[in-house]
Every structure is written in C-alpha cells, then in structure tokens.
Design a protein around this ligand. Structure first.
Ligand code: URA
Length: 431
C-alpha cells in the first residue's frame, strides 16, 4: 500500500487553529477525499474550519485547481472562434441563459453553457428547457464540440459527471453539514466547474437580495471578487455583474412559462428587466471576447437571435413550434385595494412556485413543467382594487393552499411614495 504523504487530522488542526495549508497539502487532500481515503467526517470538519477561519487567495486557488484536476478538462482551442460563458449564482425567475446563449452566438462567439437543474426555490435552466417537447439535455463531448463549431454556435446542456468530480462530492457533503455558505468553498466550487469546462471568457451574474444565495450586498461583492480573481489566475477572462434579486426577474416563475417569456425577448419584446439583464450580460461577454461595439439590441429586433434559438432547439431534438405544457388548475389573486404595488419579495415567490411543483426538494424528484406563477404587476405599477396581481398554476388545486401561505406578507399595496425604484445592475467587478 502506498504511503500517504500527509495526515488529515493534522490538516484539520492547522485550519482549526487559523493556519494555512500548502499547495501539496491541498492537492493531496482533494485527491485523497475523491478516492475515499479521507473520510466524509474529516472533510466536513475541515469545511467547517474553513467556514469559520477562511482561506488565503493562494489556498482558494489551490483548492480550485485541485478540484479541476480531479476530473476531465474540456478543450475548445480547436474551434476557429472564441468561447464565452455566463454563470448566475441563481435567483427567482432567472431565465436569462435562454435568450442570452443564442444572442451571443449570433456574433460568432461560441457559447458552451453547461448548466444544472434546480434545487429548492431557485430554478434550473435544464428543467426550463425540458418543457420543450423532445428537447434533450444530455450531449456527449463530441456533440457539444460539433454544435459549437457548426451553424448553431452554442449549446445549453447538462454538465457531464466527468467535470470536477471532487466538487460534486464536497458540495453534497457541505449541503448536509451546514457549510455551504463559506465564500472560499462557494467560489472554488463554481469556478472549478467553469475552468474545467474550458471557456475562454466567463461573465458571472452574482445576485444579492432576498431571492439570492447571498442576501447581503457586501458578501455578494466579496464572492464576485474572489471568483473574478480565480478565473483570471486560471487564464479565463472573467468579470462579474452584481445584480439585484430582491424582486423576481420578469413576469414568470416556473419552467414552461419562463420559456415563453424568453421567446418573447428573442422576438424583440419581453419584460424590461429581463431584456435589460440579457443585453447587459451579452455586452459584457462580447466585450471580453473582443467585440465591445457589438449591436446586441439589433440582433434581438431583426430576428437573428430568434433564428439561432430555433436552430439550437432543433439541434437538441426539440420542436421550437410545439405547444408548451399548460397547467390543469390556476388560481388568481386580485388587488384588495387600489394604490401602487410597493413590494414583491423574490424569496416567497420562489418558494411558492416550488410548492406548486415547479421545483424539486430532492435531486431525483421530477418537476411539473406547467406549474409556476405569472405576475400581472411589478413594484411601482399602479393597481386598482379587483385587478389580478398574480396567477398560480399547478396540476393539482390542492397545492394552492401552501403556495398562498408562502406568499402571505410577500407583497404590499401602498402609496406611490413608499416605492423606491432600485437599479438592476448595481456594479461591475473586474480584476
Ligand atoms: N453553486 C455551486 O456550484 N457551488 C456552491 O458551492 C454554491 C452554489
């Protein structure tokens, strides 16, 4: 049996006492944990010590690169065009990947968007796209490469199990040991997958507010800075936009309804906030890819982005003209009084959509594609008594009661003076 060069208990003790780990120690730790030599109990103690005492920039970089090295690393250097990807830290009604990928691909920049499924109140891009009859999330690496090289020029598909397997194991452990919230661990988890994915440009949409992973703006900024540094150090041109997630994005929360709204944006319409964020992220990706003057709006209004979308859906087995699933039951809540909608909290709306069946509680659960919420008014809108405020949709009317419970106190109608508009894109973070 090979002799192990380090001892997990010593490394845990070093982090517990506020010390730092060396590059070989971190490389060994990640490798030994992935192959099962370091036990879950030891890794969870270490994760808690990291949560409490932090990590230096060098340690975070070592952890990230050790997790990249635990699996395969895709290589798109054989493509005759640049690659750019976007990662969002997740929010309520966040369907931006759907219009963004075809929009950026119109400019000859390949978009390898390897995505995940939703868990809890935040939705998953693949769940949304699977509302489209026939659409297929699983592609082989060869299929991904061919789709990027060909006329579609972009792909949205499931990240293969071969990318950063150490992160997969560690993330599942953190989920059950109260150690998800450590910035060094979140940053290394996200960035190990993105670096392994092989993109040349990465734009991060780091959200803050009630519906976001990071409720606090200062923490979201720290996470953004850490991830931008990690990407840059690994040779990926990386920047981040800090965006407000106190209010749901757009007018739909769910799966099929979010696809419908994304198609509206691709047709040159759609809600103002979804359009604004799509355009801001596309500009950022194209700018880092060497096209700072790309006329992004023109590609939405002249049909180019829509043509790409249709080609993308078709290439992955879907029918862009097929009817999307419709809910069996709906329940509309109306305004009890006239005034201005002053508050619409993202988190309770996300939880309500989840309880309606749009999200899942366990990774293996199915989602109900037609379930979700349609908003008829947004904060700042004037409403009159009796006017519909939002509609819940589900396959079973029995789900409405718990969804409505989540929404109790989540919105408010008041005086116009009680509403202060806030910007959606608050700050840009670069190295
Ligand atoms: N998403 C990830 O991929 N990893 C984390 O640690 C948190 C969010």
């Amino acid at each position: 049996m090979a002799v192990e060069p380090f001892d997990a208990v010593q490394l845990i003790g070093a982090k517990r006492d506020g010390g730092s780990l060396t590059t070989p120690q971190i490389q060994w730790l990640v490798d030994a944990y992935t192959r099962g030599y370091v036990a879950d109990s030891q890794m969870s103690a270490l994760a808690m010590a990291i949560l409490l005492n932090g990590m230096s920039r060098q340690e975070i970089r070592d952890l990230t690169m050790a997790m990249v090295a635990s699996g395969e690393r895709l290589d798109f250097s054989g493509l005759d065009k640049p690659t750019a990807d976007k990662h969002s830290t997740g929010g309520v009604g966040d369907k931006i990947t759907l219009p963004l990928m075809p929009l950026v691909a119109c400019f000859g920049v390949a978009v390898p968007q390897l995505s995940g499924r939703g868990l809890g109140h935040t939705g998953g891009t693949l769940d949304k796209l699977e509302s489209i009859p026939g659409w297929r999330a699983s592609l082989s690496n060869d299929e991904v490469f061919a789709q990027l090289a060909g006329p579609v020029g972009g792909v949205i598909c499931a990240a293969g199990a071969g990318l950063a397997p150490a992160d997969k194991k560690l993330y599942a452990l953190r989920d059950t040991t109260g150690t998800v919230e450590a910035i060094p661990l979140i940053a290394s988890s996200i960035m190990s997958k993105k670096i392994a994915e092989g993109t040349g440009v990465l734009v991060l949409d780091v959200k803050f507010g009630s519906g976001a992973f990071m409720k606090d703006f200062a923490k979201a900024r720290e996470l953004a800075q850490t991830m931008v540094e990690l990407g840059t150090d690994a040779g990926v041109a990386t920047s981040a936009l800090l965006t407000d997630m106190n209010v749901p994005l757009g007018l739909t929360i769910g799966n099929a309804n979010e696809v419908r709204e994304s198609v509206e944006v691709l047709a040159g319409g759609g809600p103002a906030d979804v359009l604004e964020l799509t355009v801001a992220l596309a500009r950022e990706m194209l700018s880092l890819a060497g096209q700072p003057d790309a006329d992004v709006e023109a590609a939405l209004t002249d049909g180019r982005a829509m043509d790409r979308w249709r080609a993308f859906v078709t290439a992955q087995g879907g029918d862009p003209d097929a009817a999307l699933p419709e809910p069996r039951e709906t329940h509309t809540v109306v305004a009890p009084s006239s005034g201005v909608l002053t508050r619409q909290e993202a988190l309770p709306f996300g939880i309500a959509a989840w309880r309606l069946g749009a999200g899942r509680a366990r990774q293996e659960d199915p989602v109900v594609h037609a379930a979700g919420i349609e908003l008829h008014a947004k904060p700042g809108d004037t409403v009159t008594a009796g006017q519909p405020l939002f509609t819940l949709a589900a396959d079973d009317a029995a789900r409405f009661e718990r969804a409505l419970e989540a929404l109790d106190g989540a919105w408010e109608i008041g005086e116009a003076s009680a509403h202060t508009p806030s910007p959606l894109v608050v700050e840009r973070v670069t190295q």
